[in-house]
Ligand binder design. Structure first.
Ligand code: HEM
Length: 279
């Protein structure tokens, strides 16, 4: 029961952190090109940050329950002083910054990007990769940073397909594609590095629960990457001259992409809660 709750809290943490921090990063990088769609960004940043706060508190409470359920000073200081507590501190600080500056104009973007950075940095200090060494933790952090930007940008691009037309939509999608190529390359490189760090290839890894869940996750991720490639190569070039039809198809395809990313993130929360690369 506690494990199921922990997996659910992890899923909520991923959803909140990736959408909240990701929307802050995507908003900062796509900037003016978002036009009227920029009005959606504060809502995504704020709801992602709120979810991060809730999930982070829930994770601490669940860990205390797993350690015996006592709110005694030694248990609390063991939790707060450990990697989960450190990560929760970063998530808390980052989410508060995101919430406080979700709507701000001008320099507020620096506070939002810093807040998102703190939330993402929490993945460098807690988790399977962080348990190996700091460098592996940083690789996990880069992986999460890339997935956050990608999801945040898709959440903004989706309403843009309805709100923007012609050259404005074309320019936004091209700006997104340019940044996405670099971001997704980093996501993939970091993912491969994580596999090389965490998986022990001398022990038929694909027979272990960790190996099998990881294989499911990577298969789902391959589907998302295929769809992203289809959008970039087939749909994006049609936007300028195909008018509304290509935008409607792109919007549907982005909805499917977001749904598949949700499936990858669900598989990841199962992977990081129920299985271990060492058993
Ligand atoms: C849509 C694409 C993807 C998303 C949304 C995604 C998301 C994530 C997230 C949120 C984490 C958790 C980090 C943590 O809690 O420390 C993670 C870990 C990981 N990802 Fe991905 N990922 C994607 C694609 C990939 C790909 C393509 C690979 C492999 C090439 C990969 C390999 C891994 C590995 C090995 C881990 C570490 C799991 C562990 O800590 O045991 N991911 N991913």
């Amino acid at each position: 029961m506690l494990e199921a709750l922990a997996a659910f809290a992890k899923l909520m943490l991923y959803a909140g952190a990736l959408s909240g921090a990701g929307a802050a990063f995507a908003w900062a990088s796509l900037g003016q090109r978002l036009g009227p769609v920029g009005k959606f960004a504060p809502h995504i940043v704020a709801s992602g940050a709120g979810l991060t706060l809730l999930a982070s508190f829930a994770t601490i409470l669940i860990l205390i329950q797993r350690l015996g359920g006592e709110f005694s000073p030694p248990t609390i200081s063991a939790v707060i002083g450990g990697p989960t507590g450190f990560a929760a501190g970063l998530q808390l600080a980052g989410a508060i910054l995101l919430l406080a500056f979700a709507r701000g104009q001008g320099w507020a973007w620096i506070a939002r990007v810093t807040g998102g950075g703190l939330v993402v940095a929490s993945f460098a200090v807690n988790g399977h990769a962080a348990a190996v060494d700091l460098v592996s933790g940083i690789v996990a952090c880069v992986h999460v940073l890339a997935t956050a930007w990608w999801l945040g940008a898709l959440l903004l691009l989706r309403p843009a397909c309805r709100q923007l037309t012609g050259a404005a939509l074309d320019q936004l999608v091209h700006a997104f594609s340019r940044i996405a190529s670099a971001v997704i390359t980093n996501l993939l490189l970091a993912g491969v590095l994580l596999i090389l760090t965490l998986v022990d290839f001398s022990h038929t890894p694909w027979l272990s629960p960790y190996g099998q869940t990881l294989a499911i996750k990577v298969s789902l991720a391959t589907l998302v990457l295929g769809l992203a490639l289809y959008n970039k190569v087939r749909l994006a070039p049609r936007l300028a001259d195909d008018g509304g039809a290509a935008a409607i198809t792109l919007r549907r395809s982005i909805t499917a992409e977001i749904g598949l990313i949700a499936a990858v993130v669900s598989a990841t929360s199962f992977l990081t809660t129920y299985t271990s690369p060492h058993t």
